[in-house]
Ligand binder design. Structure first.
Ligand code: PLP
Length: 390
């Protein structure tokens, strides 16, 4: 009887449409992943082996950045990247004066977490309304002689204009400020013929399972064109070792991309562009279905639609409307970093009133968007959007 009931609800289109569904893997990909997994298990080489090296080389070719180091997750990647920049600065100037990291407050707290854990001060700037990405004027007001780095977060799969940030830094005689691209939500995104991760001095990636390129567990990566940064990153991610059991860098830790995750990611990499194109189609379909008063967040420079995020005046009413049709929705992210209760006692700085960030946090809503969504499911979300009266 239960099964009959389930079938009937499914026929009525009322089964829950989730935000993401990692169980959906096509048969050929499933075979590839199974083969990769069994090979690693049988090899008896589960850490620091050839698969991590091979994947890092393949990813390095994919984003066209000389050096890639696999690490445990995207937050570690940010932390190690920041510590690398600090180490470089201290070695050059024997100073700790530059201790500020300019970033946005709406990107889920990962950069702040990394800053606090290495003793740097996040400086929160405002965002642009349509893209929800860093606002260059606000950035201009934030940078000064204390700025050590700017973290450009390619949020929701959108692309931050990193060359514009570079120009701004140059025009203010701050060329030494390091630009870190947080690409955790934008694997494969292209801008003016180049992939994100190739514009800054360092780029960080997360391979959390729901990311555009996701592992079957935790994973991360740090990329850089600079060989000196690579040397430091490589040491810091394994205890500060310059060679086995020889610690040449303080502030080291253990954060590795394991062989199983590396093999899985390598097997998935050739399908990333096609998966991103499908995500894009879904976002475009939603954009066409939005009634007046609701807009999909879009980056003018392109993007890979990691999340389909909209802006709506009465977001909670829209959420209830979707919920009534069993369409999942969520908020990425519901609390700005500067408002997180757990960080009340941390040292940070806020530039201006963050008016756009504050207005947005009340209006953002994330819709289902994943490459294995069926055409019917996309149409179902579109119908729900069209039927909504803002
Ligand atoms: C923008 C951004 N940066 C960093 C991270 C941190 O990655 P991880 O969860 O692998 O630590 C995430 C995701 O979780 C993210 O979305």
């Amino acid at each position: 009887v239960d099964d009959d009931v389930k079938d009937v609800t499914m026929d009525m289109g009322n089964s829950l449409l989730p935000l993401n569904d990692l169980k959906r893997i096509d048969a050929e990909q499933a075979r590839e992943l199974e083969r990769a997994t069994v090979e690693v298990l049988n090899s008896g080489y589960w850490l620091n082996g050839p698969r991590c090296k091979d994947f890092c080389e393949a990813f390095s070719r994919y984003i066209d950045v000389a050096y890639c180091v696999g690490v445990g997750n995207g937050t570690d990647a940010l932390e190690i990247a920041l510590r690398t920049v600090m180490t470089d600065y201290k070695n050059r100037y024997r100073s700790a004066m530059r201790n500020e990291v300019v970033t946005v407050a709406n990107a889920g707290g990962y950069t702040s977490t990394a800053c606090f854990s290495v003793g740097l001060v996040p400086v929160y700037i405002d965002i642009e309304w349509g893209s929800q990405l860093a606002d260059i004027e606000s950035l201009s007001a934030a940078i000064n002689e204390r700025t050590l780095a700017v973290v450009a977060t390619h949020l929701y799969g959108g692309v931050v204009d990193v060359p514009a940030i570079r120009e701004l830094l140059k025009s203010r005689d701050l060329d030494h400020v390091v630009i870190i691209e947080d690409c955790a939500q934008a694997h494969g995104a292209m801008c003016r013929g180049r992939r994100v991760g190739s514009f800054g001095d360092i780029a960080t990636f997360s391979f959390y399972p729901t990311k555009n390129l996701g592992a079957a567990g935790d994973g991360g990566l740090i990329a850089s064109h600079r060989m000196d940064f690579e040397t430091t990153i490589r040491a810091l991610h394994q205890y500060g070792w310059s060679k086995k059991y020889t610690i040449s860098y303080s502030g080291g830790r253990n954060s590795r991309l394991d062989e199983l995750q590396a093999a899985i990611l390598h097997a998935k990499l050739p399908r990333l562009d096609a998966a991103n194109a499908r995500r894009r189609e879904i976002l475009d379909a939603y954009a066409s279905a939005c009634p007046d008063g609701i807009t999909m967040v879009e980056s003018p420079l392109g993007g890979v639609a990691h999340l389909a995020v909209l802006l709506a005046e009465d977001r909670d009413r829209l959420r209830r409307h979707l919920d009534a049709q069993s369409i999942a929705a969520d908020i990425h992210y519901p609390v700005l970093d500067c408002d997180q209760a757990g960080w009340m006692d941390e040292k940070y700085r806020v530039v201006g009133g963050l008016e756009v960030s504050r207005a947005s946090v009340e209006r953002i809503l994330t819709l289902p968007c994943f490459p294995t969504m069926t055409a019917d499911e996309v149409a179902r979300v579109c119908r729900a959007l069209q039927a909504y009266k803002p």
